[in-house]
Design a protein around this ligand. Structure first.
Ligand SMILES: [Zn+2]
Length: 303
């Protein structure tokens, strides 16, 4: 797979891949239906569903290089865990991070959009049977509200790896608990998008008159731009709040030049939320692997 990279003004964003797995529609969105889904397959193919119509879910991290800081958004599944639903990716993630031209020591900020296990894994790495911070020079940002939910509610939303992937960061003095609208640099700031989890954040990037938006799990699959109320009440902490967050993002970014980068969208992982007379859809941004990030629009992208 060619490397995915986007340039937003003076900020570059690289996708650091870990894995990509197909899931049945009914598993990912139990409240969806086949007839409506079939209407969207022309634009979901070939990037976002496989040949059998299953939804592709990518696990990746996004490396933001702004003038001031190298910021890594989410840290995937990590090493030494078996979550059942995802294949073991080994150390693909670390290899891909190196291929993007950065070393662990070069990362200044880690931002976890929320504390589900598929977003915090590589916060730490194994040293013998001990877990140590993977990024020794980074400030690790967690939304205060998110942390309070996980530590106070007593409700396990999903398999929790906080002991392995967050506690060692706190013990090492590298954790900062921030507000959900925290500004990381002049060009990069958080935007609250609660629902999937109570303290969930997305990330806004603005530079040189250009804008990009990293969704986090406010949206998991591009089909949800068209079917905004499809979701999974077992995975979303508050499904109706998650739908509202998604709708707000679509209202603001839809039919604009804001590049949407999905945290679980399969490659090419980014594009534009569009509206036509049939409703909303997502136009994948196809790119060559050229260094100038040449945009090539495939003829089959539009319906
Ligand atoms: Zn996730």
């Amino acid at each position: 797979m060619s490397r995915l990279r986007w340039q937003i003004g003076e900020v570059s964003i690289d996708l650091i891949a870990e894995s990509c797995t197909p899931f049945d529609r009914a598993f990912l969105c139990p409240n969806s239906d086949q007839a409506r889904f079939d209407r969207h397959t022309p634009w979901l193919r070939p990037h976002f569903i496989d040949e059998e119509g299953r939804l592709l879910l990518s696990i990746h991290s996004l490396l933001i290089r702004s003038r001031e800081k190298n910021i890594l958004v989410d840290t995937c599944l990590g090493e030494g865990f078996d979550f059942g639903v995802f294949p073991d990716a080994g150390n693909t993630f670390m290899k891909n991070l190196q291929a993007a031209g950065v070393d662990r020591a070069d990362i200044d900020v880690i931002l976890c959009t929320h504390l589900h296990y598929d977003h915090i894994g590589w916060n730490t790495m194994l040293e013998g049977d001990r877990r140590i911070p993977t990024f020794p020079n980074a400030e690790y940002l967690f939304a205060k509200e998110e942390w309070l939910h996980w530590t106070n509610s007593g409700k396990a939303d999903s398999p929790s790896t906080l002991a392995e992937c967050v506690q060692p960061i706190i013990d090492a003095g590298l954790a900062s608990f921030v507000e959900t609208d925290h500004r990381i640099t002049n060009e990069v700031e958080l935007e609250p998008s609660p629902g999937h989890t109570p303290g969930h954040v997305s990330v806004k990037i603005r530079s040189g008159g250009h804008e990009a938006f990293i969704t986090g799990d406010a949206i998991v699959h591009p089909v949800q731009w068209a079917e905004i109320d499809w979701g999974n009440a077992d995975v979303d902490h508050d499904l109706s709040q998650a739908i509202e967050a998604r709708r707000r993002i679509r209202d603001r970014c839809g039919d604009t030049d804001t590049l949407i980068i999905g945290t679980h969208f399969a490659p090419p992982s980014a594009g534009y939320v569009r509206k036509n007379r049939d409703g909303w859809w997502f136009e994948a941004r196809i790119q060559t692997s050229g260094p100038d990030d040449t945009l090539v629009r495939a003829d089959d992208v539009s319906r």
